[in-house]
Ligand binder design. Sequence first.
Ligand SMILES: Cc1cc2nc3c(=O)[nH]c(=O)nc-3n(C[C@H](O)[C@H](O)[C@H](O)COP(=O)(O)OP(=O)(O)OC[C@H]3O[C@@H](n4cnc5c(N)ncnc54)[C@H](O)[C@@H]3O)c2cc1C
Length: 460
Amino acid sequence: MVNVQKRVLVVGGGLVGSLFSVMLGRLGYTVDLFEKRPDMRTTVIPAGRSINLALAERGIRALRMAGVFDQVEPLLIPMRGRMLHPLNGPLELSSYGQRPHEVINSVSRGELNLRMLAEADKAPNVRLRFNTECTAVDIERRLATFVDHVSGEAFTVEYDVLLGTDGANSVVRDAVVTSGGGTWRTDWLDHDYKELTIPPGPDASYLIEKNALHIWPRHGYMLIALPNLGGSFTVTLFLMKEGLPSFAELTTPEAVNKFFSEQFPDASALIPSLAEEFFGNPTGVLGTVRCTKWTNGRDALLLGDAAHAIVPFHGQGMNAGFEDCGVLFELLGEHGDDWPAVMTKFEQMRIDNGNAIADMALENYVTMRDSVLDPIFQLKKELGFELERRFPDRFIPRYSMIMFHSIPYATSKLRGEIQEEILNTLIGNRNDLSQIDDQLAERLILERLSPIEPGFVSNQ
Ligand SMILES: Cc1cc2nc3c(=O)[nH]c(=O)nc-3n(C[C@H](O)[C@H](O)[C@H](O)COP(=O)(O)OP(=O)(O)OC[C@H]3O[C@@H](n4cnc5c(N)ncnc54)[C@H](O)[C@@H]3O)c2cc1C
């Protein structure tokens, strides 16, 4: 344990703030975590940004570092691949990886958050306070202002170290970024989302394949479904705000029912409260937050969505935020209580990676809603698996680098671009793996892809 003196103020007790508070507690820091919502351990509150999420290797690695993975593991439902629901034609399972442990895991956001808050609360040096919303930060005076939603009172808190984990609409962000001499922006997507439910069948059975992430790709838009414990699925429609088809034109129960029964007939038959949920549930917006600075280099730092909110199509927002926690935890181990050094190093290590996963998440929307239907996509995927089997230390498909390993995002993006060129060269206009030139494959891989650093590769 490092010799720690500092009082750390954590603003936001969502997924990232709660996990990092567990880590800080273990390091012996005096931590005050302030969360604007009520305590989810005693109040039923809406899940917020999504009901369930895909947890992958990077997130699991950080949960293990914090010593909480054992509590989380029973909540996980492995998803082995994409179950594609074409408009016409049979269902098709397209596996994500090629080894048994290469799965992603559906997990309830609320349950995950709740377990990490409970774990943070066990440490005597970590204090949690709910119903308190941060309204302003004075970086120069190291003061944060809060409003207590129960009493209505405003109060200020002094800190030595400020961590902004208050999510995509962060209040802390502007003060931290501008005091570091940086700028930030949010790029909004022109597609929104809506969550719906496929309820369980008899005896909590699953009415569609349990161990898969279901996708109804429809080129310009899509529906997806992830399993929950207890037999239900959370279904999400991603669709343009305006245009044809769009949320703007789905204004009546008749329009919604018609759209679903024409475009997603099998799903529509499994969502009994379709129109009720459609008009009862909020429509969510999606955006990418890019900051040129995440710290003032002294005593204030952003983590998770506050620093780098991304669109959800790679299932990596939380995983990236958890990876932030792991990297910061290791840096505190290396540099002790020297926060300026830790924060500066952290920013250097993470900003390019944040931008890389933001770009790949945007690209993956097109993959999910469109490319998965293309036979060339499937051929490239199979060739990618074959090359991974033959050159495991050099060629790992990009999806696998992101989801099953901890190869830095920026490196994965760069290697992914080279790999895509190699796949395109090898496939040319061939339509069968048996026609691939093996010697050319070997030459291109040895020439263009250096061995991957083994520390980033997970062998489970
Ligand atoms: C539809 C959808 C699907 C997603 N699916 C996945 C997925 O499959 N896999 C994945 O890895 N990621 C996914 N994500 C992304 C993931 O939800 C986020 O990356 C993750 O929640 C970020 O965690 P966070 O703690 O940084 O922010 P949040 O989870 O947003 O937590 C922020 C917390 O701060 C609190 N807060 C906010 N403002 C204040 C304030 N002023 N004062 C005090 N408290 C405050 C909030 O109440 C909240 O509890 C998805 C996102 C969406 C929208």
